[in-house]
Ligand binder design. Sequence first.
Ligand SMILES: Nc1ncnc2c1ncn2[C@@H]1O[C@H](COP(=O)(O)OP(=O)(O)OP(=O)(O)O)[C@@H](O)[C@H]1O
Length: 540
Amino acid sequence: MSATSLQPSPDSIDPFEDPAGSEVSNADAALTLTVDRNATLTLGTDALIILDEGLKYRRKPRNFCGLLPQLSKTTRAVPFYNILWAELVHFEVTIHYARPSGKNACRVAYVNYAVLDKTYFAQAQAWVDALLSRAYPAGVRRRPRMKVMINPKGGQGYAQKLWRREIEKIFAAAHCEADVERTAYRGHAANMAEQLDVNAFDVVACASGDGLPHEVFNGLARRRDATGALRKIAVVQLPCGTGNAMSLNLNGTDSPSLAALAIVKGVRTPMDLVAITQGDQKYYSFLSQSVGIIAESDLGTERLRWMGPMRFTWGILVRLLGKTVYPAELSVAIEEDDKRVIKERYRKARTAHEQSGPQHSSPAIPRLSNDSLPPLRYGTISSPLPETFTHQSLPTLGNFYTGNMAYMAPSTPFFPVALPADGCQDMVIVDGLLPRLTALRMLTTVESGANIDFPEVSYRKVTAYRITPRVVEKRDVSKGWRAKFGRWLGGQGGHKDGFIAVDGERVPFEAFQAEVVPGLGTVLSKRGGVYEFEGPPGTP
Ligand SMILES: Nc1ncnc2c1ncn2[C@@H]1O[C@H](COP(=O)(O)OP(=O)(O)OP(=O)(O)O)[C@@H](O)[C@H]1O
């Protein structure tokens, strides 16, 4: 059984619904704790069941303007996934849990009962322990020690507020230790990660967009004990930025509170990182690299920030309609380029993961080793081109996009068969001279993951590549009404150089080499081993 089937998602199950389907798994009395107010607390199959006559007279959590106390049923179910902590102190059982609040959030609530029978302490303690082990099943570490890094400039500048309002209380209720620090400048998170006392923490949580996790991976990679640190410290995202792909992929949400709950219940998961060498620089990417339309639509549309997230889609549309091309030379180590085989392998990997269940992951944190980073198999951008690479000239390249995760943005699983640690990146190449209508149709299939099936989309699993973008000679693009109109539309306008994006950040427009380093990074995820996107149509 999969982790998710054991742990219903908080937004799909309302703890205050009648617990249909959450019956007591057997009649074992040890599963039920009798408490005061004539109530019982029972460990069901996948939820804690509270039977309490008094609930009838409590207000329902969401009543009309809080004016009409509604009668509710006498039974409630709280999924184990939502249980944050339980304890027995002075014959009082207190259970904190995450209660859905609105459509896309949760907040901390609790119940509290006295154990009346004073000879019953040992049994009550055993019951609380049993509840905690259901709330934190195999593979989930209790009370992780977290270094929280908040980017006050991330997204629309609300990260600090979101931390206070939506996240902090969930971590506190789950008894997590959190050492909080705000980033003061670009690169600060990398410096903090580089100097982190890795023995004192299990997790670095970034209250930010995807920029801070990128920095943290790289800060850890700069250490002498880089490999050990990257394996010991799980890097996670509390989605507070503009781009929150990491959280969408690992936790299936970009809601800060739901992500906080997912992190509390997260399974340690190894994840491939991609070593990038460019000029004399070497750094790591965890999410994506793009040359061409995606990079330009993301980084070259700053003037359109007023549009919000729409500016990206608009940027793509303008370029698609303009049939913009980004010529490049590509050399690549291809692992598989038959889409049918790729999809079949993905399906098998998911099935194997579902069958192995959450037990395959261990909450045990490896002992810190002093190993530095493994050497690169294919050298750097300065090394001779490996003979095993396949060479391709791409004079009319429209989109070059490689990804290590499925979602690149909400509802945009650009790489529908990506896996966290399959030792490969997914590479998409699309020609820039596609008929406009075909290009638009293709764009509309991304949401379902069916873009992989488009004959015009080249989709491969690759282990390394080198790409050399060519600078296209342009007319003087800074003057004239055409240029002005183009800029106003968010088109190429005044950019003389092209764009390359690594994890959404701009890097110099020059050749780079990328190589997958299998399982080098560690993250926490909801399922451990697969991303939250279910796969392209036809994946069971
Ligand atoms: N105090 C700070 N001042 C300015 N920049 C910072 C600060 N702290 C972090 N940064 C930088 O902000 C960048 C973007 O951060 P993040 O990904 O959290 O936000 P975002 O809103 O999703 O990103 P973007 O601005 O790229 O859309 C990161 O590269 C990071 O280095």
